[in-house]
Design a protein around this ligand. Structure first.
Ligand SMILES: CC(C)(COP(=O)(O)OP(=O)(O)OC[C@H]1O[C@@H](n2cnc3c(N)ncnc32)[C@H](O)[C@@H]1OP(=O)(O)O)[C@@H](O)C(=O)NCCC(=O)NCCS
Length: 423
Protein backbone atom coordinates (compact mmCIF):
# COMPACT_ATOMS: atom_id res chain seq x y z
CA UNK A 1 0.00 0.00 0.00
CA UNK A 2 1.60 3.28 -1.05
CA UNK A 3 1.17 6.55 0.78
CA UNK A 4 0.15 9.41 -1.55
CA UNK A 5 3.03 11.58 -2.69
CA UNK A 6 3.99 14.33 -0.27
CA UNK A 7 2.65 12.52 2.83
CA UNK A 8 3.98 9.96 5.30
CA UNK A 9 2.33 7.58 7.78
CA UNK A 10 3.46 8.10 11.37
CA UNK A 11 2.65 6.91 14.87
CA UNK A 12 1.50 9.64 17.24
CA UNK A 13 1.68 9.65 21.01
CA UNK A 14 0.06 11.74 23.75
CA UNK A 15 2.38 14.66 23.10
CA UNK A 16 0.53 15.22 19.81
CA UNK A 17 -2.96 14.86 21.32
CA UNK A 18 -4.01 18.41 20.48
CA UNK A 19 -2.93 17.96 16.84
CA UNK A 20 -4.98 14.75 16.57
CA UNK A 21 -7.99 16.49 18.08
CA UNK A 22 -7.50 19.39 15.67
CA UNK A 23 -7.75 17.07 12.64
CA UNK A 24 -10.84 15.25 13.95
CA UNK A 25 -12.48 18.53 14.96
CA UNK A 26 -12.13 19.76 11.37
CA UNK A 27 -13.20 16.41 9.88
CA UNK A 28 -16.31 16.02 12.07
CA UNK A 29 -17.18 19.73 12.33
CA UNK A 30 -17.02 20.24 16.10
CA UNK A 31 -15.09 22.56 18.40
CA UNK A 32 -13.86 21.56 21.83
CA UNK A 33 -13.02 24.51 24.10
CA UNK A 34 -9.40 24.36 25.32
CA UNK A 35 -10.55 23.79 28.92
CA UNK A 36 -12.21 20.47 27.88
CA UNK A 37 -9.64 19.27 25.33
CA UNK A 38 -7.79 17.00 27.79
CA UNK A 39 -10.37 14.21 27.37
CA UNK A 40 -8.61 12.98 24.24
CA UNK A 41 -5.62 11.89 26.34
CA UNK A 42 -7.74 9.22 28.09
CA UNK A 43 -9.85 8.14 25.18
CA UNK A 44 -7.35 7.29 22.46
CA UNK A 45 -5.29 4.08 22.62
CA UNK A 46 -2.04 5.89 21.85
CA UNK A 47 0.01 2.84 20.94
CA UNK A 48 -2.66 2.17 18.30
CA UNK A 49 -3.11 5.73 17.04
CA UNK A 50 -1.71 6.61 13.62
CA UNK A 51 -1.66 9.66 11.43
CA UNK A 52 -0.67 10.97 8.04
CA UNK A 53 1.81 13.81 8.20
CA UNK A 54 2.60 16.39 5.53
CA UNK A 55 6.06 15.49 4.15
CA UNK A 56 6.34 17.99 1.31
CA UNK A 57 5.75 21.77 1.47
CA UNK A 58 3.61 21.59 -1.69
CA UNK A 59 1.01 19.78 0.46
CA UNK A 60 1.12 22.24 3.37
CA UNK A 61 3.29 22.98 6.37
CA UNK A 62 5.72 20.11 6.70
CA UNK A 63 5.15 17.99 9.80
CA UNK A 64 1.51 18.97 10.35
CA UNK A 65 -1.09 16.22 10.59
CA UNK A 66 -3.45 15.77 7.64
CA UNK A 67 -5.31 12.64 8.76
CA UNK A 68 -5.68 10.42 11.83
CA UNK A 69 -7.18 7.15 12.97
CA UNK A 70 -7.10 4.89 16.01
CA UNK A 71 -8.13 1.34 16.70
CA UNK A 72 -9.49 0.05 19.98
CA UNK A 73 -8.29 -3.33 21.15
CA UNK A 74 -11.14 -5.51 22.30
CA UNK A 75 -12.70 -8.93 22.17
CA UNK A 76 -15.87 -9.36 20.12
CA UNK A 77 -18.41 -12.01 21.06
CA UNK A 78 -19.08 -14.31 18.09
CA UNK A 79 -21.47 -17.25 17.51
CA UNK A 80 -20.71 -20.21 19.72
CA UNK A 81 -20.06 -17.92 22.71
CA UNK A 82 -16.42 -17.35 21.77
CA UNK A 83 -14.47 -14.13 21.65
CA UNK A 84 -12.34 -12.93 18.73
CA UNK A 85 -9.47 -10.41 19.09
CA UNK A 86 -10.63 -7.32 17.24
CA UNK A 87 -9.29 -4.02 15.97
CA UNK A 88 -12.17 -1.54 16.43
CA UNK A 89 -11.48 1.24 13.93
CA UNK A 90 -12.43 4.69 15.16
CA UNK A 91 -11.66 8.40 15.20
CA UNK A 92 -11.01 8.27 11.44
CA UNK A 93 -10.67 11.79 10.10
CA UNK A 94 -9.04 13.49 7.15
CA UNK A 95 -8.64 17.24 7.40
CA UNK A 96 -10.95 18.87 4.78
CA UNK A 97 -7.90 20.55 3.24
CA UNK A 98 -6.45 17.13 2.36
CA UNK A 99 -9.49 15.01 1.44
CA UNK A 100 -9.94 12.88 -1.68
CA UNK A 101 -6.22 12.40 -2.19
CA UNK A 102 -6.13 8.80 -1.03
CA UNK A 103 -5.23 9.42 2.64
CA UNK A 104 -8.10 7.29 3.96
CA UNK A 105 -7.11 4.51 1.56
CA UNK A 106 -3.51 4.69 2.82
CA UNK A 107 -4.67 4.64 6.48
CA UNK A 108 -6.91 1.63 5.88
CA UNK A 109 -3.98 -0.31 4.36
CA UNK A 110 -1.88 0.66 7.37
CA UNK A 111 -4.67 -0.30 9.80
CA UNK A 112 -5.13 -3.71 8.18
CA UNK A 113 -1.43 -4.63 8.17
CA UNK A 114 -0.87 -3.46 11.77
CA UNK A 115 -3.99 -5.31 12.96
CA UNK A 116 -2.88 -8.51 11.24
CA UNK A 117 0.59 -8.19 12.77
CA UNK A 118 -1.07 -8.01 16.22
CA UNK A 119 -3.06 -11.19 15.51
CA UNK A 120 -6.44 -9.47 15.11
CA UNK A 121 -8.43 -11.52 12.61
CA UNK A 122 -11.27 -9.00 12.23
CA UNK A 123 -11.73 -5.25 12.26
CA UNK A 124 -15.07 -3.69 13.16
CA UNK A 125 -16.48 -0.18 13.03
CA UNK A 126 -19.53 2.06 13.21
CA UNK A 127 -19.81 3.99 9.95
CA UNK A 128 -20.38 7.74 9.91
CA UNK A 129 -21.54 7.31 6.31
CA UNK A 130 -22.40 3.84 5.13
CA UNK A 131 -20.77 4.06 1.70
CA UNK A 132 -17.27 4.84 2.90
CA UNK A 133 -16.06 1.46 4.12
CA UNK A 134 -17.71 -1.10 1.83
CA UNK A 135 -15.02 -0.53 -0.79
CA UNK A 136 -12.49 -1.73 1.75
CA UNK A 137 -14.36 -5.00 2.39
CA UNK A 138 -16.42 -4.12 5.50
CA UNK A 139 -19.79 -5.88 5.47
CA UNK A 140 -22.88 -4.86 7.44
CA UNK A 141 -22.90 -7.63 10.03
CA UNK A 142 -25.55 -6.28 12.41
CA UNK A 143 -28.58 -4.03 12.25
CA UNK A 144 -30.17 -2.21 15.16
CA UNK A 145 -33.65 -1.02 15.94
CA UNK A 146 -34.20 2.52 17.20
CA UNK A 147 -37.28 3.28 19.25
CA UNK A 148 -39.21 6.14 20.81
CA UNK A 149 -40.89 4.98 23.97
CA UNK A 150 -43.71 7.04 25.41
CA UNK A 151 -43.82 7.79 29.15
CA UNK A 152 -44.65 4.64 31.09
CA UNK A 153 -44.54 2.39 28.02
CA UNK A 154 -46.48 -0.80 28.64
CA UNK A 155 -44.54 -4.05 28.60
CA UNK A 156 -45.91 -7.53 29.08
CA UNK A 157 -45.30 -8.19 32.77
CA UNK A 158 -42.41 -10.36 33.88
CA UNK A 159 -42.98 -11.59 37.44
CA UNK A 160 -39.95 -11.02 39.65
CA UNK A 161 -38.33 -8.31 37.51
CA UNK A 162 -39.63 -5.64 39.93
CA UNK A 163 -37.46 -7.17 42.66
CA UNK A 164 -34.27 -6.17 40.84
CA UNK A 165 -32.58 -3.14 42.37
CA UNK A 166 -32.08 0.04 40.31
CA UNK A 167 -29.61 2.83 41.04
CA UNK A 168 -29.41 6.13 39.16
CA UNK A 169 -26.28 8.23 39.39
CA UNK A 170 -23.98 10.57 37.46
CA UNK A 171 -21.75 8.42 35.25
CA UNK A 172 -18.18 7.96 36.40
CA UNK A 173 -15.49 5.70 35.03
CA UNK A 174 -14.15 5.01 38.53
CA UNK A 175 -17.52 4.09 40.03
CA UNK A 176 -19.19 2.46 37.02
CA UNK A 177 -16.40 1.26 34.71
CA UNK A 178 -16.06 -2.11 36.53
CA UNK A 179 -19.85 -2.63 36.50
CA UNK A 180 -20.07 -2.02 32.76
CA UNK A 181 -17.05 -4.24 32.07
CA UNK A 182 -18.48 -7.03 34.22
CA UNK A 183 -21.83 -7.02 32.42
CA UNK A 184 -20.22 -6.78 28.99
CA UNK A 185 -18.01 -9.80 29.71
CA UNK A 186 -21.10 -11.93 30.45
CA UNK A 187 -23.22 -10.86 27.48
CA UNK A 188 -23.57 -13.65 24.95
CA UNK A 189 -25.06 -11.79 22.00
CA UNK A 190 -22.74 -11.87 18.95
CA UNK A 191 -21.32 -8.43 18.21
CA UNK A 192 -20.97 -7.52 21.89
CA UNK A 193 -17.68 -5.90 22.86
CA UNK A 194 -17.03 -8.42 25.60
CA UNK A 195 -13.56 -7.33 26.78
CA UNK A 196 -12.79 -3.62 26.91
CA UNK A 197 -9.53 -1.74 27.32
CA UNK A 198 -9.66 1.32 29.64
CA UNK A 199 -9.63 3.68 26.65
CA UNK A 200 -12.74 2.03 25.19
CA UNK A 201 -14.52 2.53 28.51
CA UNK A 202 -13.38 6.16 28.57
CA UNK A 203 -14.73 6.56 25.02
CA UNK A 204 -18.10 5.06 26.00
CA UNK A 205 -18.33 7.33 29.05
CA UNK A 206 -17.17 10.46 27.23
CA UNK A 207 -19.31 13.41 28.35
CA UNK A 208 -18.40 16.58 26.51
CA UNK A 209 -20.23 19.83 27.12
CA UNK A 210 -20.50 20.30 23.33
CA UNK A 211 -22.49 17.05 22.97
CA UNK A 212 -25.07 17.92 25.59
CA UNK A 213 -27.17 20.33 23.56
CA UNK A 214 -28.87 21.64 26.68
CA UNK A 215 -29.33 18.31 28.40
CA UNK A 216 -27.98 17.22 31.76
CA UNK A 217 -24.56 15.65 32.33
CA UNK A 218 -24.18 11.97 31.54
CA UNK A 219 -26.19 9.78 33.94
CA UNK A 220 -26.19 6.06 34.46
CA UNK A 221 -28.85 3.58 35.55
CA UNK A 222 -27.62 0.25 36.84
CA UNK A 223 -29.69 -2.79 37.74
CA UNK A 224 -28.59 -5.33 40.31
CA UNK A 225 -29.80 -8.77 41.24
CA UNK A 226 -28.66 -8.71 44.87
CA UNK A 227 -24.98 -7.78 44.53
CA UNK A 228 -24.76 -8.93 40.94
CA UNK A 229 -24.89 -6.17 38.29
CA UNK A 230 -27.20 -7.26 35.45
CA UNK A 231 -27.89 -4.12 33.37
CA UNK A 232 -26.55 -0.64 32.67
CA UNK A 233 -27.61 2.36 30.60
CA UNK A 234 -26.04 5.74 29.94
CA UNK A 235 -28.62 8.45 29.41
CA UNK A 236 -29.25 12.18 29.46
CA UNK A 237 -32.51 14.02 30.04
CA UNK A 238 -33.36 17.34 28.47
CA UNK A 239 -35.97 19.50 30.08
CA UNK A 240 -38.58 21.04 27.76
CA UNK A 241 -41.93 22.68 28.40
CA UNK A 242 -44.81 22.54 25.94
CA UNK A 243 -48.15 24.41 25.91
CA UNK A 244 -49.67 21.72 28.12
CA UNK A 245 -46.82 21.21 30.54
CA UNK A 246 -43.60 19.23 30.81
CA UNK A 247 -42.38 17.67 27.59
CA UNK A 248 -38.81 16.53 28.40
CA UNK A 249 -36.86 13.95 26.39
CA UNK A 250 -34.57 11.15 27.51
CA UNK A 251 -31.77 10.07 25.19
CA UNK A 252 -30.25 6.68 25.98
CA UNK A 253 -26.78 6.60 24.55
CA UNK A 254 -25.74 3.01 25.27
CA UNK A 255 -27.06 0.15 27.34
CA UNK A 256 -26.64 -3.53 28.01
CA UNK A 257 -28.64 -6.13 29.92
CA UNK A 258 -28.27 -9.77 30.90
CA UNK A 259 -31.63 -11.35 30.11
CA UNK A 260 -35.27 -10.37 29.90
CA UNK A 261 -35.90 -9.52 33.58
CA UNK A 262 -32.98 -7.07 33.66
CA UNK A 263 -34.17 -5.56 30.36
CA UNK A 264 -37.72 -5.06 31.59
CA UNK A 265 -36.55 -3.51 34.87
CA UNK A 266 -34.09 -1.19 33.16
CA UNK A 267 -36.53 0.12 30.55
CA UNK A 268 -39.29 0.45 33.11
CA UNK A 269 -37.08 3.11 34.70
CA UNK A 270 -35.66 4.72 31.56
CA UNK A 271 -39.12 5.23 30.06
CA UNK A 272 -40.79 6.57 33.17
CA UNK A 273 -38.87 9.58 34.45
CA UNK A 274 -40.94 12.43 35.84
CA UNK A 275 -41.37 15.41 33.49
CA UNK A 276 -40.16 13.38 30.48
CA UNK A 277 -42.63 12.54 27.71
CA UNK A 278 -40.46 10.30 25.50
CA UNK A 279 -37.35 8.16 25.62
CA UNK A 280 -35.23 7.81 22.47
CA UNK A 281 -32.91 4.85 22.20
CA UNK A 282 -31.16 2.53 19.79
CA UNK A 283 -28.77 -0.44 19.90
CA UNK A 284 -31.63 -2.94 20.06
CA UNK A 285 -31.02 -6.16 18.16
CA UNK A 286 -34.14 -6.91 16.10
CA UNK A 287 -34.88 -9.86 18.44
CA UNK A 288 -34.31 -7.93 21.68
CA UNK A 289 -36.63 -9.04 24.53
CA UNK A 290 -37.84 -5.46 24.98
CA UNK A 291 -39.22 -5.30 21.43
CA UNK A 292 -40.93 -8.67 21.89
CA UNK A 293 -42.51 -7.56 25.19
CA UNK A 294 -43.91 -4.22 23.97
CA UNK A 295 -47.70 -4.24 24.24
CA UNK A 296 -47.95 -1.75 21.37
CA UNK A 297 -45.00 -2.03 19.03
CA UNK A 298 -46.46 0.53 16.58
CA UNK A 299 -46.36 3.21 19.26
CA UNK A 300 -42.62 2.63 19.63
CA UNK A 301 -42.03 4.03 16.10
CA UNK A 302 -39.36 1.42 15.39
CA UNK A 303 -36.81 2.14 12.68
CA UNK A 304 -34.04 -0.14 11.51
CA UNK A 305 -30.53 0.98 10.65
CA UNK A 306 -27.00 -0.37 10.28
CA UNK A 307 -25.10 -1.19 13.44
CA UNK A 308 -21.75 -3.01 13.29
CA UNK A 309 -19.59 -3.43 10.17
CA UNK A 310 -17.14 -6.33 10.09
CA UNK A 311 -14.01 -6.72 7.95
CA UNK A 312 -12.49 -10.20 7.81
CA UNK A 313 -8.72 -9.61 7.82
CA UNK A 314 -7.60 -13.25 7.90
CA UNK A 315 -10.14 -15.64 6.35
CA UNK A 316 -8.86 -18.89 7.87
CA UNK A 317 -8.22 -17.50 11.33
CA UNK A 318 -11.49 -15.56 11.54
CA UNK A 319 -13.64 -18.45 10.35
CA UNK A 320 -11.93 -20.93 12.65
CA UNK A 321 -12.31 -18.60 15.64
CA UNK A 322 -16.12 -18.64 15.68
CA UNK A 323 -18.52 -21.46 16.50
CA UNK A 324 -20.99 -23.11 14.09
CA UNK A 325 -24.57 -24.31 14.36
CA UNK A 326 -24.38 -27.21 11.87
CA UNK A 327 -21.84 -29.33 10.02
CA UNK A 328 -20.82 -28.38 6.48
CA UNK A 329 -18.22 -29.11 3.85
CA UNK A 330 -18.14 -26.50 1.08
CA UNK A 331 -15.54 -24.74 -1.04
CA UNK A 332 -15.77 -20.98 -1.32
CA UNK A 333 -14.03 -18.69 -3.80
CA UNK A 334 -13.33 -15.46 -1.95
CA UNK A 335 -12.62 -12.20 -3.81
CA UNK A 336 -10.57 -9.64 -1.90
CA UNK A 337 -9.00 -6.87 -3.95
CA UNK A 338 -7.64 -5.01 -0.90
CA UNK A 339 -6.02 -7.97 0.92
CA UNK A 340 -5.09 -10.38 -1.89
CA UNK A 341 -3.76 -12.97 0.58
CA UNK A 342 -7.41 -13.74 1.38
CA UNK A 343 -8.39 -14.24 -2.26
CA UNK A 344 -8.73 -17.75 -3.69
CA UNK A 345 -10.57 -20.95 -2.90
CA UNK A 346 -11.07 -22.06 0.71
CA UNK A 347 -12.55 -25.30 1.98
CA UNK A 348 -14.77 -24.77 5.03
CA UNK A 349 -15.16 -28.08 6.84
CA UNK A 350 -17.27 -27.90 9.98
CA UNK A 351 -17.81 -30.75 12.43
CA UNK A 352 -19.23 -30.53 15.95
CA UNK A 353 -19.25 -26.74 15.91
CA UNK A 354 -15.56 -26.38 14.93
CA UNK A 355 -14.33 -25.22 11.52
CA UNK A 356 -11.19 -26.25 9.72
CA UNK A 357 -10.52 -23.74 6.96
CA UNK A 358 -7.86 -24.63 4.42
CA UNK A 359 -6.72 -23.19 1.14
CA UNK A 360 -7.49 -25.28 -1.92
CA UNK A 361 -4.31 -24.26 -3.68
CA UNK A 362 -4.53 -26.36 -6.80
CA UNK A 363 -8.27 -26.00 -7.32
CA UNK A 364 -9.65 -24.21 -10.36
CA UNK A 365 -11.47 -21.21 -8.80
CA UNK A 366 -14.44 -21.85 -11.09
CA UNK A 367 -14.91 -25.27 -9.47
CA UNK A 368 -15.66 -23.80 -6.02
CA UNK A 369 -19.20 -24.43 -4.71
CA UNK A 370 -19.78 -20.75 -3.88
CA UNK A 371 -18.24 -17.42 -4.84
CA UNK A 372 -18.46 -14.28 -2.76
CA UNK A 373 -16.61 -11.06 -1.95
CA UNK A 374 -14.96 -10.74 1.45
CA UNK A 375 -17.56 -8.02 2.22
CA UNK A 376 -20.29 -10.68 2.20
CA UNK A 377 -18.23 -12.95 4.44
CA UNK A 378 -18.00 -10.04 6.90
CA UNK A 379 -21.76 -9.48 6.67
CA UNK A 380 -22.42 -13.16 7.51
CA UNK A 381 -19.70 -13.47 10.15
CA UNK A 382 -21.78 -12.74 13.25
CA UNK A 383 -24.66 -14.94 12.10
CA UNK A 384 -27.14 -12.10 11.55
CA UNK A 385 -27.27 -11.85 7.78
CA UNK A 386 -27.40 -15.38 6.39
CA UNK A 387 -25.61 -16.80 3.35
CA UNK A 388 -29.04 -17.82 2.02
CA UNK A 389 -30.25 -14.22 2.22
CA UNK A 390 -27.10 -12.99 0.49
CA UNK A 391 -27.53 -15.64 -2.22
CA UNK A 392 -31.14 -14.55 -2.80
CA UNK A 393 -29.85 -10.99 -3.18
CA UNK A 394 -27.32 -12.34 -5.74
CA UNK A 395 -24.44 -11.18 -3.58
CA UNK A 396 -23.28 -14.79 -3.28
CA UNK A 397 -22.99 -16.92 -6.40
CA UNK A 398 -24.08 -20.52 -5.78
CA UNK A 399 -22.50 -22.86 -8.31
CA UNK A 400 -23.27 -26.18 -6.61
CA UNK A 401 -26.95 -26.34 -5.68
CA UNK A 402 -27.61 -26.73 -1.97
CA UNK A 403 -24.22 -25.46 -0.78
CA UNK A 404 -25.45 -21.93 0.04
CA UNK A 405 -28.06 -23.42 2.38
CA UNK A 406 -25.44 -25.76 3.85
CA UNK A 407 -23.00 -22.95 4.70
CA UNK A 408 -25.90 -20.74 5.77
CA UNK A 409 -27.15 -23.25 8.35
CA UNK A 410 -23.62 -23.64 9.70
CA UNK A 411 -22.98 -19.89 10.05
CA UNK A 412 -26.42 -18.86 11.30
CA UNK A 413 -26.92 -17.73 14.89
CA UNK A 414 -30.07 -18.20 16.99
CA UNK A 415 -29.40 -14.84 18.57
CA UNK A 416 -29.22 -11.81 16.29
CA UNK A 417 -26.02 -9.79 16.57
CA UNK A 418 -25.74 -6.22 17.76
CA UNK A 419 -23.04 -4.05 19.29
CA UNK A 420 -24.66 -2.33 22.26
CA UNK A 421 -22.47 0.78 22.20
CA UNK A 422 -20.76 2.76 19.48
CA UNK A 423 -17.05 3.47 19.40
C1 LIG B 1 -14.53 10.10 4.87
C2 LIG B 1 -13.07 10.54 4.84
C3 LIG B 1 -12.33 9.80 5.96
C4 LIG B 1 -12.48 10.14 3.48
O1 LIG B 1 -11.09 10.46 3.45
P1 LIG B 1 -10.31 10.74 2.05
O2 LIG B 1 -8.86 10.79 2.36
O3 LIG B 1 -10.93 11.88 1.39
O4 LIG B 1 -10.64 9.40 1.25
P2 LIG B 1 -9.77 8.81 0.05
O5 LIG B 1 -9.29 9.91 -0.83
O6 LIG B 1 -8.73 7.88 0.56
O7 LIG B 1 -10.89 7.99 -0.69
C5 LIG B 1 -10.91 6.57 -0.76
C6 LIG B 1 -12.16 6.17 -1.52
O8 LIG B 1 -13.31 6.39 -0.69
C7 LIG B 1 -14.25 7.22 -1.36
N1 LIG B 1 -14.89 8.06 -0.35
C8 LIG B 1 -14.27 8.88 0.50
N2 LIG B 1 -15.18 9.48 1.29
C9 LIG B 1 -16.39 9.01 0.94
C10 LIG B 1 -17.71 9.26 1.38
N3 LIG B 1 -17.96 10.12 2.38
N4 LIG B 1 -18.72 8.61 0.77
C11 LIG B 1 -18.47 7.73 -0.22
N5 LIG B 1 -17.23 7.46 -0.69
C12 LIG B 1 -16.20 8.10 -0.11
C13 LIG B 1 -13.42 8.02 -2.34
O9 LIG B 1 -14.21 8.46 -3.39
C14 LIG B 1 -12.40 6.99 -2.79
O10 LIG B 1 -13.01 6.13 -3.73
P3 LIG B 1 -12.16 5.24 -4.78
O11 LIG B 1 -11.51 4.17 -3.98
O12 LIG B 1 -13.20 4.71 -5.70
O13 LIG B 1 -11.18 6.17 -5.41
C15 LIG B 1 -12.90 12.07 5.03
O14 LIG B 1 -13.57 12.74 4.00
C16 LIG B 1 -13.41 12.56 6.37
O15 LIG B 1 -12.64 12.65 7.31
N6 LIG B 1 -14.75 12.87 6.47
C17 LIG B 1 -15.35 13.37 7.70
C18 LIG B 1 -15.21 12.42 8.87
C19 LIG B 1 -15.71 11.02 8.55
O16 LIG B 1 -16.75 10.80 7.94
N7 LIG B 1 -14.94 10.01 9.02
C20 LIG B 1 -15.30 8.61 8.91
C21 LIG B 1 -15.73 8.20 10.26
S1 LIG B 1 -16.48 6.62 10.36
Amino acid sequence: MTTPQGYRLVSVDQTRASEVLHVDAFAFAFTVPDKDAGFIQDVLPWERTRAVEVADPVRGTEGTLAAVHASFKFGTRVPGGREVPTAGLSWVGVHPGHRRRGLLRAMIGDHFSRSLARGEAISTLFAAETQIYQRFGYGMAATEARVQLGRGVELRPLPGSENLIVEVDSASIERHGPTIASIQSRMTRPGTVSTLAPQTLADVLMDLEIDRDGSEELRIATVRDGDDPVAWALFQRKQEWGDTGPDGKVRVRAWGALGAAATVRLWGVLADFDLMSATHAGRFAPDDPLLLRLKDMRAAKITLTDNLWVRILDVAEALEARGYAADCDVTVQVDDSFLPQNAGVWRVLVAAGEAKVTREGAADPASADLRLDVQELGAAYLGGTTITELTRAQLVDERTPGTAAELSRAMASDVKPVANFGF
